[in-house]
Design a protein around this ligand. Structure first.
Ligand code: PRP
Ligand code: MG
Length: 180
C-alpha cells in the first residue's frame, strides 16, 4: 500500500476480475456491431485500455477531454469539452467510458454532444459509481463498482493529478488534502 492511502477499497485483483466480466458481457452484447470506445481523458485512460483488451470483438478507440472547472476536490457544475473526437462516429455503436460517475454532469454533457454526431447508439460505462452524489438523475448503463462518497484515488482517479497509476482504488488520507 501507499503511505498516503488510508484503506484499499477495491483491490487490483477485484478490478481485473470485474473488467474481464464487463469485457465478456460487452463482447456478447455488441457482437457483429461496429463499436467505438470513447475514453474520457485523463481519468478513464487505464480503465478504457484494460476494458478494450478484455473484449474479444473488434473495437476502435477514441479520446475526448472533458473537464469540470473548479478546484480538485469538488466540481463547479460546468463541464467544458476541450478535445473532441477526431473520427466520424456516424452509424457506430459508442461506448462512452469513464473512471467514475459522480454528479453525472460529465456523462450528461458528453453524451448529449456525441448524440448530435448521429451514432447508432451511445451507452455509458463507469468503473466507479458514487450514486449518492448524483445531481441530474443521470445513470451509467454499465457500472464496475458502486462506491461510498469517500475521497478515492487510483486506477485513473487522481487527487490534484497524483495517484492515478496506483493499481488499486483506495481512500486517501485526509491529511493529504488538508496540506493544501
Ligand atoms: C473526473 C472524473 C470524471 C468526472 C466525474 O474528471 O474522471 O470524468 O470528473 O465527475 P462528474 O460525474 O461530477 O461530472 P475530471 O474532470 O476531474 O478530469 P480528469 O479525468 O482529467 O481527472
Ligand atoms: Mg475525468
Amino acid at each position: 500500500m501507499h503511505e498516503d492511502i488510508k484503506a484499499v477499497l477495491i483491490t487490483e485483483e477485484q478490478i481485473k476480475q470485474r473488467v474481464q466480466e464487463m469485457g465478456e458481457q460487452l463482447s456478447k452484447e455488441y457482437e457483429g456491431k461496429r463499436v467505438i470506445i470513447i475514453c474520457l481523458l485523463k481519468g478513464a485512460a487505464y480503465f478504457a485500455c484494460d476494458l478494450s483488451r478484455a473484449m474479444s470483438i473488434p473495437v476502435r478507440m477514441e479520446f475526448m477531454v472533458a473537464s469540470s472547472y473548479g478546484n480538485s476536490t469538488s466540481t463547479s457544475g460546468s463541464v467544458a469539452v476541450r478535445l473532441d473526437v477526431a473520427d466520424d462516429i456516424a452509424g457506430m455503436h459508442v461506448l462512452l467510458v469513464d473512471d467514475i460517475i459522480d454528479t453525472g454532469l460529465t456523462f450528461a454533457k458528453v453524451k448529449a454532444l456525441l448524440e448530435t454526431k448521429k451514432p447508432a447508439s451511445v451507452k455509458t460505462i463507469a468503473m466507479c459509481d458514487k450514486e449518492e452524489r448524483r445531481k441530474n438523475g443521470m445513470h451509467a448503463d454499465y457500472v464496475g463498482f458502486t462506491i461510498p462518497d469517500e475521497f478515492v484515488v487510483g486506477y485513473g482517479l487522481d487527487y490534484a493529478g497524483d495517484y492515478r497509476n496506483l493499481p488499486f482504488i483506495g481512500v486517501l488520507k485526509p491529511v493529504v488534502y488538508a496540506r493544501t
